[in-house]
Design a protein around this ligand. Sequence first.
Ligand code: ZN
Ligand code: ZN
Length: 261
Amino acid sequence: MFVDSHCHLNFPEYAQTLDQVRADMAEARVDKALCISTTLEEFPQVQALAGRYDNFWATVGVHPDNEGVQEPTVEDLVERSRLPRVVGIGETGLDYHRLGERSVADMAWQRERFRVHVRAARQTGLPLVIHTREASADTLAILQEEGEGQVRGVFHCFTETEAVARAALDLGFFISFSGILTFKNAVELREVARFVPLNRCLIETDSPYLAPTPHRGKTNSPAYVSLVARQLAAIKGCDEAEVGRVTTENFEQLFSLVRCS
Ligand SMILES: [Zn+2]
Ligand SMILES: [Zn+2]
């Protein structure tokens, strides 16, 4: 009934608990999960998860926050994206939250890395999984410049404004909401979720991070995407089953799972 469109199940948090995680998913009627790469180094583990379990899929990409890791070329991404059960490019994007001593100008390497991912998405026709934090203007500008209307994808773990949501929707992208939607102080984000049409929404956990209320602060799990669905249903004034049905259709359409199953 539900899909977790973004999680990191290869992380060490799950080394001993994956069977339990999968049992909890079944119990919560979370049928599918997309396992997201954050480095090329970990990609083989992520792809192996998708190879081992027929309701997991994988992406290939290097997260904007990861420094001191292998820098991908377009060819690195394209080559890996052709492997079985790889259905997306990412996560990729821009993150100016952790600048430290640096200025936005110093983050040219991050923008170049993002451009490489957009080119790979154009070349393969695969959707992009976008991470953007305090960098929405540059993220949208690069998508427009490099994508030229030829790329699609999802803005994951959305925490931006309605104006940014509107711009992303105009580019043909989906918007994915995480457990943040359930946080008490996320009043504005719930307004944004009200604005985004359900047929352009995805839901996710970003496990192991960002466990929804009432599990906030603990290790997250794909099963808890049902709590995100419940919150989105309350915002939309429909039932959870409707949110599950539509967001699952959206997910399958975006990642073309029929082709790839
Ligand atoms: Zn992210
Ligand atoms: Zn992530």
